[in-house]
Design a protein around this ligand. Structure first.
Ligand code: DP6
Length: 358
């Protein structure tokens, strides 16, 4: 199996025109987690996420034929020069130029903005890398006069994966599956595919409760690497496959209870893997656990359908059906807000995927 997107089959590099492209791409929240990879960004198990709507990155790329021998590369974040992201973006662009050689002939001025505050501690690589892949993909496809093409989104998902694994799932909404799963023959290790879900799940809310906004002590990249040779690795990858198998029918049937059980199992296992890595590390904080206790209490005592998931950090994603929004939001204000850092939380919900902006 090839792990690299094939180089486009062209004799000559097509001419590039001047122009601007703009994309808005959302973040996503994994229900079955991607944790552990091999080769060039290949996942050790299939993962499935819900695409968000309000947490997104908007990326504008001004481009034109290169004026100097070395193509110009400029990055800014919220209008300010962003040298801190330059290395990662430059090496990503070099990788994309292997696939689209026209990128080596093109000056690029990239400006990105996140809809969520930097201090929210939300991992932005999924939205940022998918927005960038969409923009670069559009420029390369336009150079060949084949934009938009039927396979464009799939190709972009493949390219986004090279920037950040979870980014490949942001290309599709409301739900996306990445990684081979026997239940879905068209699934692939190389790109995500959209997944059909019950209409109730299109209205699922995700309130992101900010417990701590500090930069993570251990990056996701390092965390993935610690799964290599992890004592529980094979059991974990088998668990993810079995959770996915149970999640797919739950999503199709609108079964929120099974969905919640799987989401929490996956979140706690993700952190259990960190706590049993060598070296071990802990990213959750006392208030992460305090929030989890309150969520369980609400569910048990008042029978309100709520569940949680966690990313590789201390913040809690509280998931609940759109039909429970009123009662849950009231309870969040009274019970959970005091447990959030500076009372910070973000009310998001499931979304439909990226948008091309004019
Ligand atoms: C815990 O996609 O951030 O959020 O591929 O190294 O960029 P890289 O990792 P990344 O890992 C995400 C891990 C996760 C689970 C998930 O989103 O599936």
């Amino acid at each position: 199996m090839t792990t690299l997107p094939e180089r486009d089959d062209r004799k000559t590099t097509p001419a590039i025109q001047e122009g601007v492209v703009r994309w808005r791409s959302p973040s996503n929240i994994a229900i079955v987690k991607y944790w552990g990879k091999y080769g060039e960004q290949m996942p050790c198990n299939p993962s499935l996420s819900l695409t968000l709507s309000k947490a997104y990155t908007e990326t504008q790329i001004r481009f034109g034929p290169r004026k100097e021998e070395v193509p110009a590369r400029e990055f800014s974040f919220h209008g300010n020069p962003a040298p801190q992201f330059a290395r990662r973006i430059e090496s990503y662009l070099e990788r994309l130029a292997d696939v689209f050689p026209v990128i080596n002939e093109t000056d690029l001025h990239i400006d990105s903005e996140n809809s969520f505050p930097h201090s929210a501690g939300i991992a932005s690589s999924a939205s940022a890398m998918s927005a960038l892949a969409l923009g670069i993909g559009e420029i390369a496809y336009k150079a060949e006069s084949k934009f938009p093409d039927k396979a464009f989104m799939q190709r972009v998902s493949q390219l986004a994966r090279l920037g950040s694994g979870s980014a490949c799932r942001s290309v599709f909404g409301p739900a996306a599956l990445w990684g081979e799963a026997p239940e879905i023959p068209e699934s692939s290790q190389e790109y995500a595919i959209p997944v059909e879900i019950h209409s109730d799940f299109h209205r699922v809310c995700d309130t992101i409760l900010i417990v701590d906004d500090a930069a993570k002590a251990v990056s996701s990249r390092a965390g993935h690497m610690l799964m290599e040779g992890h004592i529980f690795a094979s059991a974990r990858f088998a668990q993810a496959r079995s959770n996915l198998k149970r999640l797919l029918p739950a999503l199709r049937n609108g079964d929120f209870e099974t969905f919640g059980r799987i989401a929490e199992d996956e979140a706690l296992t993700l952190h259990a893997m960190m706590m049993t890595s060598k070296p071990a590390y802990v990213l959750i904080k006392p208030n992460t656990l305090a929030i989890i206790e309150e969520i369980r209490k609400l569910r048990q005592e008042r029978k309100v359908p709520v569940c949680f998931t966690l990313d590789a950090g201390p913040n809690v994603h509280l998931l609940y059906p759109g039909s429970a929004k009123k009662v849950v939001e009231e309870w969040i204000g009274e019970t959970l807000m005091p447990l959030c850092k500076n009372g910070l939380l973000i009310h998001d919900r499931v979304g439909t995927g990226p948008e091309k902006l004019e």
